[in-house]
Design a protein around this ligand. Structure first.
Ligand SMILES: [Zn+2]
Length: 199
């Protein structure tokens, strides 16, 4: 059986390592890239390299940022009495797009999962507790997936935060209502933020 030239095979292999991209899709993308002019291909490669070298984690909230402290943490207009806890930066941006929330964030970098071997020490939980010691924060909103790992993480955080005398509330992320409409999704999330429940 004939084989692809090695550089093409390598491109397919690398694309196929991306989440949600199977072998067939990787092949389609690789052939598409080859068909483009050299400049477009360089732009793509350059964008990947630039994102990887120029983006880092904010040293306060672990959101992705070009600076040591992200624009959200640096913004004096944000409500410093509230911290919304999410597992990944994508979820932070999902909440930002609702325009409903004006406090600060904290990105955990994952969820506690004994099955996948993710322990509390593997997440940015100690850094969150450090932030709460300042006494400035009055409420922590947990915006975690309502699945098993999200539940486990929420319970762990409640046990750690409540003794500090800080209010802990919760909204559910990933509610299926209106899933295919980005706007409906934001609406649902806005409602979830307003109707958050005490833990
Ligand atoms: Zn930040």
């Amino acid at each position: 059986m004939a084989q692809y030239p090695e550089p093409l095979e390598a491109l397919i292999r690398e694309l196929g390592r991306l989440p949600g991209i199977g072998r067939k899709t990787a092949e389609r993308l690789a052939f598409y890239i080859l068909k483009q002019d050299e400049e477009s291909a360089e732009q793509l490669a350059g964008a990947i390299a630039a994102a990887k070298t120029r983006i880092r984690e904010c040293r306060i909230c672990y959101n992705y940022s070009e600076d040591e402290v992200c624009p959200l943490c640096a913004d004096p207009g944000r409500d410093r009495a509230t911290i919304c806890v999410v597992s990944q930066p994508q979820e932070l941006w999902k909440i930002e797009r609702t325009n409903e929330y004006h406090g600060l964030y904290h990105v955990l970098g994952g969820l506690i999962s004994p099955v996948e071997g993710v322990a509390p020490e593997d997440l940015h939980i100690a850094a969150l507790e450090e932030r709460l010691k300042s006494g400035e924060v009055k409420e922590v909103i947990l915006a975690l997936d309502p699945k098993v790992e999200g539940e486990a993480t929420a319970m762990f955080l409640v046990r750690r935060i409540r003794p500090l005398g800080i209010r802990v509330t919760r909204i559910a992320l990933g509610i299926p209502l209106g899933r295919d409409l980005e706007l409906a999704d934001e609406l649902t999330l806005s409602q979830a933020l307003r109707g958050r429940s005490e833990l």
